[in-house]
Ligand binder design. Structure first.
Ligand SMILES: *[C@@H]1O[C@H](CO)[C@@H](O)[C@H](O)[C@H]1NC(C)=O
Ligand SMILES: *[C@@H]1O[C@H](CO)[C@@H](O)[C@H](O)[C@H]1NC(C)=O
Ligand SMILES: CC(=O)N[C@H]1CO[C@H](CO)[C@@H](O)[C@@H]1O
Length: 287
């Protein structure tokens, strides 16, 4: 009978894999995706997705010379083949990346959850379904920093869950709101089936004083602290790879974390930093 035990053990190890993440602020058509795939990261989170009042989905540009791209409309992917191929390539070929997320704000979510609602025939549902397929996405990250409407956020999260996405959050403040959301979205679900399965905690800028172990206790789930790499936008929050190692290690010793992550790839390239150095920190602290 012993061999039967192997499967659950392997399954458990797969679930326990440490998260090594980076937010992609730079247009994926312009960033060094080879470096992103081969520097130790296993999770990439594409920043700058948003929805319009009619349920169309946009990929907003945060890169000089790039333009905003409409990526889903009328229940179809409309972002173009080159972009779809580039995004899909992040998880294929020579890569350590196993999970790809898109990060968005909460603009228009409340309106659309009220009318027409979260049903499977709505433009929003069909657009997210088409985008998931076109880009081979695993999760949608909620980076709401202003609206915080619980009811519509929960309805939207459940809608995404029915499409097959996981749902993640990237709080910097308002812990009670995120706890309420997590409790509603994960109510009655087993550990391996959680809908809201990851928390990326901003530990810079407005979240500079966040203590990841404290958040873990409050939320009742492990978190992935995010650190901002060296940058010229808000230099005071810039952290070298060596400093990142110290901070991740200290938090992890206080209370085991789900992994670590960085904000963001654009600054790594702009400041001439090393993906390898920042990635190695995650690979050694969160092997
Ligand atoms: C992209 O990253 C790879 C791997 O780190 C490196 O060899 C290559 O020189 C980089 N390309 C550019 C254009 O910087
Ligand atoms: C909560 O959201 C659902 C789904 O969109 C909606 O039907 C319901 O009216 C909302 N309730 C409140 C109190 O806003
Ligand atoms: C160009 C620039 O100002 N870079 C700064 C980014 O942040 C780090 C850390 O504070 C500074 O050392 C850099 O000078």
């Amino acid at each position: 009978m012993r061999p039967l035990l192997l499967f659950p053990i392997i399954y458990h190890l797969a679930l326990a894999a440490n998260i090594r993440s980076i937010f992609l602020f730079k247009d994926v058509m312009k960033s060094n995706t080879t470096a992103l795939k081969t520097s130790g990261f296993n999770t990439l989170i594409m920043f700058g997705v948003g929805i319009l009042g009619n349920g169309d989905i946009m990929y907003y540009s945060n890169t000089p010379g790039s333009q905003d791209v409409r990526i889903a409309s009328g229940g179809a992917y409309v972002g173009g083949d080159a972009l779809a191929q580039k995004v899909r390539s992040l998880k294929t070929g020579d890569t350590g990346v196993t999970r790809l997320e898109i990060s968005m704000n909460a603009q228009n979510v409340k309106n659309l959850m009220t009318t027409p609602g979260p049903g499977s025939e709505t433009p929003l549902y069909r657009n997210f379904q088409a985008l998931k397929e076109a880009w081979a996405l695993d999760a949608v990250n909620n980076d709401d920093e202003s609206i915080y409407d619980l009811n519509s956020s929960v309805a939207f999260g459940r809608m995404l869950g029915r499409i097959g996405y996981k749902y993640t959050i990237a709080p910097y403040t308002n812990a009670q709101f995120w706890l309420n959301m997590k409790n509603q979205l994960n109510q009655g679900l087993r550990e391996q089936d959680l809908l809201l399965d990851r928390v990326y905690l901003q530990c810079y800028d407005g979240g500079a004083n966040n203590n990841p172990p404290g958040w873990q206790t409050f939320l009742g789930m492990k978190v992935v602290p995010l650190i901002w790499v060296i940058n010229d936008s808000k230099p005071v929050y810039g952290v070298t790879a060596a400093q990142a190692r110290t901070r991740f290690t200290q938090w992890h010793q206080q209370s085991a974390l789900a992994g670590g992550g960085y904000w963001n790839d654009y600054d790594i390239e702009k400041m001439g930093l090393s993906y390898r150095d920042y990635g190695n920190v995650l690979s050694s602290v969160f092997p």
